[in-house]
Design a binder for this molecule. Structure first.
Ligand SMILES: Nc1ncnc2c1ncn2[C@@H]1O[C@H](COP(=O)(O)OP(=O)(O)OP(=O)(O)O)[C@@H](O)[C@H]1O
Length: 250
């Protein structure tokens, strides 16, 4: 089973170190880790460093991976110019870096993922003719059909309606557990993070402020210091912790 640990990880844009000294506990197969923090905190930068798109100090230790390309990164910007249908783009993502022969198992895998994300009805639409939310769901499908062992998703639900947000996060939580994936999701909605994440990693100003169980990390003090808001944390009727924001703090 795969596991990943970040040890004193930093990341450069050009010559400037934008993320510094991120050391996490071991992130284990089956875990969903929410990566939270204000705008420009360094969440995408950290993901790009883990993926190898940016350089920087420190070690990304991966144990127990079955494949060489264990990590798949779903970027925040999912705009597409290609003249492809939804189905073609997902098939292309599945076959990237592999042989071009398409097997029955490729087709049934794509079918399973498209059904799970409820996008079979748009299978033969052109990518350029999709809404922002539909485009985001297709990007999630493109990432999932690569069967990653470690999945980094940069704000995958930012364009989705409430129903779809819950559907996708619930699916990712179940998928992480059933397939033994490590799933890291950068997300701004702290209530969704509290509901679906096993662990929460907080980044502010390029530094990790905390990483641990949601209730230990998402606290009134953290919300004041990192997000500059006055907030309460209360149980909802389903017994989940819930952030209620009363106002901004200066
Ligand atoms: N290509 C780049 N070149 C130089 N600086 C960059 C580049 N991309 C990002 N940065 C800077 O790195 C810092 C962290 O940006 P990053 O995109 O990682 O933040 P983020 O936490 O993902 O933010 P958001 O929540 O707004 O998406 C910001 O100050 C940003 O301006």
């Amino acid at each position: 089973m795969v596991a990943m640990q970040l040890q004193s990880v930093g990341a450069y844009h050009g010559r400037k170190l934008f993320v510094e000294d991120v050391t996490t506990p071991v992130m284990k197969a089956g875990e969903l880790i929410a990566v939270i923090g204000p705008n420009a905190a360094g969440k995408s930068t950290l993901f790009k460093r883990i993926t190898g798109l940016l350089k920087g100090p420190g070690n990304i230790v991966i144990d127990g991976a079955r494949t060489k390309n264990a990590i798949t990164y779903m970027p925040q910007d999912t705009s597409a110019n290609a003249v492809l249908t939804v189905y073609e783009s997902i098939l292309l993502a599945r076959k990237q870096g592999q042989s071009w022969s398409v097997s029955d198992s490729d087709l049934s895998f794509i079918d399973e993922i498209m059904r799970a994300l409820n996008i079979t009805a748009i299978a033969f639409r052109d990518l350029g003719a999709l809404s922002g939310g539909q485009r985001q769901l297709v990007s999630i499908a493109q990432a999932l059909v690569r069967e990653p062992e470690i999945m980094l998703m940069d704000e995958p639900t930012s364009a989705l309606d409430l129903h779809r947000q819950v559907e996708v996060l619930d699916f990712m939580q179940r998928r992480a557990r059933s397939k033994g994936m490590v799933v890291m999701i950068a997300i701004h909605d702290l209530n969704q993070a509290l509901r679906f994440a096993d662990k929460v990693l907080v980044i502010a100003n390029g530094r990790m402020r905390a990483c641990g169980y949601p209730r230990d990390v998402v606290t009134v003090d953290m919300l004041r210091d990192v997000y500059r808001v006055h907030a309460r944390i209360e149980k909802c009727s389903m017994d989940h912790d819930h952030v209620i924001v009363d106002g901004t703090a200066h």
